[in-house]
Design a protein around this ligand. Structure first.
Ligand code: GDP
Length: 297
């Protein structure tokens, strides 16, 4: 599981302060030094760490905490609240268009898990929200992507719109939207192409799809295993396209997880879902508070 190392370190550090009847400024400073190292070691972006530490310190050294009856616990409460905030605060749900269908563009680098997540999300929307989504195979460059989505569709017994790989993704998206309206689908999930690196051609194409479908959501699918690169990728996609949320995949792996935490801070867009495995039902809405509590024990 992701965050295991971080959880262990933070819990070890916080244990020292938990039962303290008196907490000095020095105690807080020492603790935060260890917290800082734990976060950096977990691969949290250094700028994100810096701000986090400053925010916690400012609150934890306040009189309110130091004068309280259980200062150790108060300090931990502050850390928990700030970690929750760092991961997005309130849970952020998937958008619903005022007038259906709600268009969701899935974007990200090749191999991040877009196609898999498109299937997972369709399944989630049907199972948990009683929706009737149409999946759209618009990744015409990765040879297996169309087939992969069609297979997922069959497995789920849910429709997949495809025009093969000889029609442009923009045209596919346009026609899929028309069909969704005609057949009263309430969600349209567009699986777009990725590249191994962010490039201008890819961004241009995604921009055009955005133009013709006016999506409510542009979800960036990020592989949590990719470390700091995830932060750079998220930044590029956000600057160019304006993403509305993030799906972190492969959180079931042994990633340190810190880069994933940083993505929210750096792009200022919420993490909406977490991918927890290869299976079709291994997608969970992301709850910042629960995740923070899990990390802090
Ligand atoms: P795409 O190129 O972005 O469409 O990526 P794919 O959907 O083909 O996924 C790439 C690989 O990652 C596949 O082998 C998926 O099974 C795997 N994958 C996707 N999401 C997860 C996840 O949450 N956990 C794990 N362990 N594997 C995942």
């Amino acid at each position: 599981m992701a965050f295991e190392g971080l959880a262990e370190r933070l819990q070890g550090t916080l244990k020292k302060i938990r039962g303290k009847g008196k907490v000095s400024e020095q105690d807080v400073k020492e603790m935060m030094r260890e917290v800082r190292l734990a976060l950096l070691e977990a691969d949290v972006n250094f700028k994100v760490v810096k701000k986090f530490i400053a925010d916690v310190k400012e609150r934890a050294i306040g009189q309110e905490v130091l004068d309280s009856l259980t200062p150790g616990q108060q300090v931990i409460k502050v850390v928990n609240e700030e970690l929750t905030k760092l991961m997005g605060g309130e849970q952020s749900k998937i958008a619903v268009a005022q007038k259906p269908p709600t268009v969701v563009m899935m974007v990200g680098l090749q191999g991040a898990g877009k196609t898999t997540t498109t299937g997972k999300l369709a399944n989630h929307l049907r199972k948990k929200h009683n929706r009737n989504p149409l999946m759209v195979a618009a990744d015409i460059y990765r040879p297996a992507a169309i087939k992969q989505l069609e297979t997922l569709g069959k497995q789920l017994d849910m429709p997949v719109f495809s025009l093969g790989d000889q029609v442009s993704p923009v045209e596919i998206a346009k026609q899929a939207l028309a069909k969704a309206k005609e057949e009263h689908h309430d969600y349209v999930l567009i699986d777009t192409a990725g590249r191994l690196h962010v490039d201008e051609e890819l961004m241009g194409e995604l921009d055009e799809i955005k133009e013709v479908t006016s999506p409510e959501e542009i979800l960036l699918v990020v592989d949590a295993m990719t470390g700091q690169d995830a932060v750079n990728v998220a930044q590029s996609f956000n600057e160019r396209l304006g993403i509305s949320g993030v799906v972190l995949t492969k959180l079931d792996g042994d990633t340190r997880g810190g880069a994933a935490i940083s993505v929210k801070s750096v792009t200022d867009t919420p993490i909406k879902f977490a991918g927890m495995g290869e299976k079709i039902d291994a997608l969970e809405p992301f709850h910042p508070e629960r995740m923070a509590s899990r990390i802090l024990g």
